[in-house]
Design a protein around this ligand. Structure first.
Ligand code: RP5
Length: 169
């Protein structure tokens, strides 16, 4: 499943993370996007260490043709919310689990957004679902991609039924 979404390979999804150390989790988003043939870019953007870059990235993303931002961060995870505050694009937040606090710090930092500035938060380390959510968002207006998303769900269903059948053998 590696067909290109468009003939152009201009990125439609921005996969950003607060640190290169988040890549162990965020690579799942990039991988599933690649499987669906969704062109995307990957960038380290830190809310606290590179605040000017954060603002620039958020403000310019839409004009560059990005349609969905997936933002992962751990600890005091302000990246997704701050990006959402400077762009009209949908932002999917991925709480990255660090060594302490079981990722609850990251989850709560991302999920409790004030009314008016939404972030679609997935589960702790849920980067694969973030990628799938981005594919679904794009697939709502791209029939070929929407079909691939539907087929993915049907394949999952078939896998569960196959495991169920084997269990009973
Ligand atoms: C956060 O701090 C990053 O998103 C990362 O999850 C965490 C730790 O970063 P490093 O110290 O590993 O660079 O901003």
């Amino acid at each position: 499943m590696t067909r290109a979404l468009h003939s152009s390979s201009e990125p439609l999804v921005g996969v950003v993370m607060g640190s290169d150390s988040d890549w162990r989790v965020m690579s799942d988003a990039s991988q599933i996007l690649s499987e669906f043939g969704v062109p995307h870019e990957v960038e380290v953007v830190s809310a606290h260490r590179t605040p000017d870059k954060l603002l620039r990235y958020g403000r310019e993303a839409r004009g560059r043709g990005i349609r969905v931002i997936i933002a992962g961060a751990g600890g005091a995870a302000h990246l997704p919310g701050m990006l959402a505050s400077v762009t009209a694009l949908p932002v999917v937040g991925v709480p990255v689990q660090l060594a302490t606090l079981d990722g609850m710090d990251s989850l709560l930092s991302i999920v409790q957004m004030p009314a008016g500035i939404p972030v679609a938060t997935v589960s702790i380390n849920g980067a694969k679902n973030a990628g799938l959510l981005a594919a679904r968002i794009l697939g709502a207006s791209d029939a070929a991609l929407g079909d691939r998303v539907e087929q993915y769900a049907r394949d999952l269903e078939a896998q569960v039924e196959e495991k169920n059948r084997r269990l009973k053998d």
